[in-house]
Ligand binder design. Structure first.
Ligand SMILES: [Zn+2]
Length: 207
C-alpha cells in the first residue's frame, strides 16, 4: 500500500473506532507506519471523528518532523513513534478509551484469559502498563515493557493500546479487548469467574 492508500485505510479505521464506541469526543488516536518513507500517518489533535477528512491526517517522521498536514499531530504521537522504533513488526498503533477496558485500566487490574478469542486476537491476558505522563514517550516505553508477545495492553488511568501488523488487525484486537473487558466485568458481578488454565491456553495456541 502506498501513502495515499494507507491514509484511506487509517481514516476508515479512525471512523470505525468512533462508530463502535471505542473512542468518545476527540479522545484516542490511531497511526500507521509506512516502511517506504520511514514515517507514520497519525490522526490530528482535537479533530472530531465524524467530520474527519484525509486532509486532517498528519504525516510525520518518528522524530516528530511534520512532512504533510495542516493540523497538529495527536499529542500522543511520541507513544506511537516509540513503538515503531522498538517494534519493527508493528505497522499500526490504536489507542482508545473504550469504557469497560479503561475501567480496568483505572483499577490497574489485568484482564485474565476468560474467553478463547483472547488467545488468537490478543495473545493471552491483557497486562497493565505503569502510568506514563500523557504526551511524553514514557507512555510508549511503559507499554512496551508489558506488551512482550501481547497485541494489547491497558494504560494505567488512561485507556487501551492495541498494536498490529496491519491496520485491520489492530482494530480487531481493540474490539476483542473491549468485548473481553465487558464480559469480565459482567462475570465478576454475576459470580465466581473461572479463568482458563495455562494448559488450556497452550493447547489453544498449539491447535
Ligand atoms: Zn488517551
Amino acid at each position: 500500500m502506498n501513502l495515499n492508500e494507507l491514509k484511506h485505510e487509517l481514516l476508515k479505521t479512525a471512523k470505525s473506532s468512533y462508530n463502535l464506541g471505542l473512542v468518545a469526543g476527540t479522545s484516542g488516536n490511531v497511526s500507521v507506519y509506512d516502511k517506504e518513507t520511514d514515517s507514520m500517518i497519525i490522526t490530528a489533535s482535537s479533530v472530531p471523528y465524524d467530520t474527519m477528512t484525509l486532509e486532517d491526517l498528519v504525516v510525520l517522521k518518528l522524530d516528530g518532523t511534520i512532512l504533510e498536514g495542516y493540523n497538529q499531530p495527536s499529542s500522543e504521537w511520541r507513544m506511537h513513534a516509540q513503538i515503531y522504533i522498538e517494534r519493527k513488526d508493528i505497522k499500526c498503533v490504536l489507542h482508545t478509551h473504550s469504557p469497560y477496558a479503561t475501567g480496568f485500566a483505572v483499577c490497574q487490574e489485568r484482564i485474565p484469559v476468560i474467553l478463547i478469542e483472547m488467545v488468537p486476537f490478543i495473545g493471552g491476558d491483557v497486562p497493565v502498563a505503569k502510568f506514563g505522563m500523557p504526551g511524553t514517550d514514557s507512555v510508549g516505553i511503559e507499554a512496551l515493557k508489558v506488551l512482550d508477545d501481547r497485541k494489547a495492553c491497558l494504560l494505567s488511568n488512561h485507556g487501551t493500546l492495541a498494536i498490529g501488523e496491519t491496520i485491520d488487525k489492530a482494530l480487531t484486537t481493540s474490539i476483542y479487548l473491549e468485548d473481553a473487558a465487558k464480559i469480565y466485568h459482567i462475570a465478576k458481578n454475576a459470580g465466581n469467574v473461572k479463568i482458563l488454565s495455562e494448559k488450556e491456553i497452550n493447547a489453544m495456541k498449539n491447535s
